[in-house]
Design a binder for this molecule. Structure first.
Ligand SMILES: *Cc1c(COP(=O)(O)O)cnc(C)c1O
Length: 230
């Protein structure tokens, strides 16, 4: 049964997070698991909710919007973790509690304007590009503090902290160490912006070792995704 498969995946991921916390001398309560349900049916998210998961992540509005709508009665926090185009902001602000991919001033303006219009308060994480690949989204490290200031000054949004995806072909521990340094500088200016969203199925240990407060896990929980066409 699907529920048993998901329960087994969740137990495995829980034990990995627990182990990573112990190794890092951190409390398990400092790390939130975000179950990334992209490409999976809404039913998987419903099962996860039944197993006690409270945070889910999606990366494409076309898929996330109907799922969030279908599951709106469940006690879930919705995280939007994918690259976000301004023409999708209206839809995403309608269901996302936290947007992890804020990487340019135009996006801050658009989210703020729409959140005010809809009477919502949306959490924003500044996504940091930890490599020079512009295709994967994220602000350059040198632009992160300025963007954080923009979010902090905008209406309808709150500044959560930072997010990153480990670059391909580099030791993730080194990349996450840079992210942690940046997060600490950001916290000097914005002490409540303590979220560090880092770590996926393959590198959650390294992320927890370097201060991640939120890990975004799909494959290790729900199995391999089929490649999908856009
Ligand atoms: C898909 C995705 C994840 C989850 O990745 P897995 O390797 O399946 O755990 C995490 N973060 C983002 C931004 C993603 O797009």
């Amino acid at each position: 049964m699907r529920r048993d498969e998901i329960a087994a995946g969740l137990a495995e991921v829980e034990s990995r997070i627990g182990e990573a916390c112990r190794a890092a001398g951190r409390d398990r309560g400092e790390v939130t698991l975000i179950a990334v349900t992209k490409t999976r049916p809404a039913e998987d998210a419903r099962i996860l909710a039944g197993l006690g998961v409270r945070d889910v992540g999606e990366n494409r509005d076309q898929e996330a919007a109907p799922k969030a709508h279908e599951l709106h009665e469940l006690p879930l926090t919705w995280h939007f973790v994918g690259q976000l185009q301004t023409n999708k902001v209206r839809s995403v602000v309608g269901y996302a509690d936290v947007i992890h991919s804020v990487d340019r001033p135009r996006l801050v303006e658009a989210i703020s304007k729409e959140a005010v219009r809809q009477g919502r308060k949306v959490g924003c994480l500044v996504q940091v590009a930890l490599d020079d690949d512009p295709g994967r989204g994220g602000a350059r490290p040198g632009d992160v503090l300025g963007l954080a200031d923009d979010v902090a000054a905008a209406d309808g949004v709150w500044l959560g902290g930072v997010m990153a995806v480990a670059p391909l072909g580099e030791d993730p521990a080194k990349a996450f160490a840079r992210l942690h340094d940046l997060a600490l500088s950001l916290q000097e200016r914005h002490p409540r912006a303590t979220m560090i969203s880092a770590g996926m199925s393959e590198d959650l240990n390294e992320a927890v070792a370097h201060g991640a407060t939120h890990v975004r896990v799909g494959t290790a929980l729900l199995g391999r995704r089929k490649p999908f066409v856009r």
